[in-house]
Design a protein around this ligand. Structure first.
Ligand SMILES: O=c1ccn([C@H]2C[C@H](O)[C@@H](CO)O2)c(=O)[nH]1
Ligand SMILES: [Zn+2]
Length: 133
């Protein structure tokens, strides 16, 4: 399966996976648990949750775990992504995470934001990616 259109994605399933991952977050400092889920081009769903640290600046966003799960599970390209907060509300990935996601999904990765589904080319315009090296 290659990256399709937003309507071909089961966003509800993806949000449910993100919500489940959020339940595993370790966020005792911010008290802001986050869960992320993405569809891989082979049909897998990979997830991640934020993992904070007593050395606050070392906290890992949910997207970091998701990217690690992508590769630990065999790699592939991300085609659709969503993330939710502790109340199940859709969340904008932070700037660093947009860059992390761009590496593994490119400009066509579909990203679900509170404002709707957008391609990564709009979520991170004029991106610096591997094709620029
Ligand atoms: O895209 C994001 C934005 C924030 N967080 C986490 C980082 C921190 O643990 C908490 C509050 O910023 O939310 C994520 O996991 N992903
Ligand atoms: Zn982040």
């Amino acid at each position: 399966m290659t990256s399709g259109t937003a309507s071909q994605v089961d966003w509800e399933r993806l949000r449910a996976a993100a919500l489940e991952a959020m339940g595993h977050a370790y966020a005792p400092y911010s008290k802001f648990p986050v869960g992320a889920a993405a569809l891989v081009d082979d049909g897998r769903v990979v997830t991640g949750c934020n993992v904070e640290n007593a050395s606050y600046g070392l906290g890992l966003c949910a997207e970091c775990g998701l990217v690690s799960a992508l590769h630990a599970g065999g790699g592939g390209r991300l085609t659709a992504f969503t993330c939710v907060d502790g109340e199940g509300r859709l969340l904008m990935p932070c700037g660093r995470c947009r860059q992390l996601l761009y590496e593994h999904g490119g400009p066509e990765l579909l990203v679900e934001l509170p404002s709707g589904v957008k391609p990564m080319s709009e979520v991170l315009p004029d991106a610096f990616g591997p094709e620029r090296l």
